[in-house]
Write a protein of this length. Structure first.
Length: 194
């Protein structure tokens, strides 16, 4: 990952500002490597997300983020296992390959979120809004989707074994031959069963 820095120089009475990038060094624990960067933690993940800072691979296991505003956050590959994200706003968030196993996402907002390859096994998604979310190749095995909104969601290759789809809105959702349904059968065609 490249670090962006601003270089300010005064030449002949003119103030010049230039942006440059530097590659990270192997001495990530040093003061120089830490200068200007902030590690994503439970305490600052909302602030960093609002600033557009990527929290890729952050370890937020068991985090208490109830009601957090993480709209458009980049949490690719983050560990949110057992996290409390009840009522959190994750609209448009990048959650590719994120571990959300057993996370509480009750009444969470995930409209247009990218959850491709995410592990949502055993997650509580009751009353969650996943309209237009991309769940391609996501593992939702045993998740609670009671009354969840999956309208226009991409369920290509999603694993839904053991999921109760009663009351789930699947209007316009798309599936493919690799989508595995609650009874273990695979889908046939692009239309999700209602």
């Amino acid at each position: 990952m490249m670090r962006k820095m601003a270089v300010v120089a005064a030449i002949g009475g003119l103030l010049l500002v230039a942006a440059c990038s530097s590659a990270p060094t192997d001495n990530a624990g040093s003061e120089d490597a830490a200068a200007g960067t902030e590690k994503c933690t439970v305490a600052n993940v909302q602030k960093l997300s609002r600033q557009g800072t990527a929290c890729e691979g952050a370890d937020l296991k068991g985090a208490g983020l109830k009601g957090a505003d993480l709209k458009d956050a980049n949490l690719k590959g983050a560990n949110l296992k057992d996290a409390n994200l009840e009522g959190a706003n994750l609209d448009g968030a990048g959650l590719k390959d994120t571990n959300l196993k057993d996370a509480d996402l009750f009444h969470a907002y995930l409209v247009g979120a990218y959850l491709g390859g995410a592990n949502l096994e055993g997650a509580n998604l009751k009353d969650a809004n996943l309209e237009g979310a991309n769940l391609k190749d996501a593992d939702l095995g045993g998740a609670n989707l009671l009354h969840a909104n999956l309208a226009y969601a991409n369920l290509d290759g999603a694993y839904l074994t053991g999921v109760d789809l009663k009351g789930v809105n699947l209007t316009g959702a798309v599936c493919d031959d690799a989508t595995v349904w609650p009874d273990g059968t695979k889908n046939h065609g692009r239309t999700c069963p209602r």
